[in-house]
Design a protein. Structure first.
Length: 188
């Protein structure tokens, strides 16, 4: 072996070691016998051996990337891998930016709540619903109030009825231990 071929072999090993960081297989990592190849401009080049595909990628001075490893045969594409990874990261970032996280806000009531306090809680619920959040209304019982749970259920029904134009009951009132709770969501 002459010094040039040894240098080329060492460069290939170093390059292969650098490319194992990503989850996609590229260049020498592709060990399949046959692959379906897509050219750099998106044209179908057909099914060929992985060696031939690698030669075509080297001639174009680009990378051979396995983009669909589960297909039969696996699909590989000739692309600039650094540029491809950058584009994928940018698309992922854009998708996260557009995503809306719906929070669940909780409003606690007691069975002997006054009408003015109830109106204040309703206004808070309207504000949460207008922001796109879901609202969990919890009616908590303490001590002797537990004996009159069924008599106090009308408070939740009235609450949902008064917010009917802006909200819809997503989860009906349900007894959970010492409380009754329901979930409201914004009306679409």
């Amino acid at each position: 072996m002459d010094s040039l071929s040894i240098h080329f072999f060492v460069c290939k090993i170093l390059f292969w070691r650098c490319t194992t960081i990503s989850e996609l297989m590229i260049n020498e990592q592709i060990r399949d016998k046959e692959v379906r190849l897509i050219g750099e401009n998106g044209e179908q080049l057909g099914i060929m051996s992985a060696r031939e595909a690698m030669k075509l990628a080297e001639e174009a001075e680009l990378d051979l990337v396995k983009i669909a490893p589960t297909a039969k045969p696996p699909v590989c594409k000739i692309i600039d891998y650094g540029k491809y990874r950058y584009e994928m990261a940018r698309k992922e970032k854009e998708a996260r930016k557009k995503q809306k996280v719906v929070e669940l806000k909780e409003i606690r009531l007691s069975p002997n709540i006054d009408s003015n306090d109830l109106n204040t809680k309703m206004n808070a619920a309207k504000k949460f619903l207008s922001k796109g959040d879901k609202v969990k209304i919890t009616l908590r019982f303490r001590g002797r109030e537990m004996a009159h749970m069924n008599a106090s259920k009308h408070i939740l029904d009235d609450f949902a009825e008064s917010l009917a134009e802006v909200a819809v009951v997503e989860k009906a009132p349900k007894v959970e231990g010492r409380s009754i709770s329901m979930v409201l969501a914004e009306k679409k």
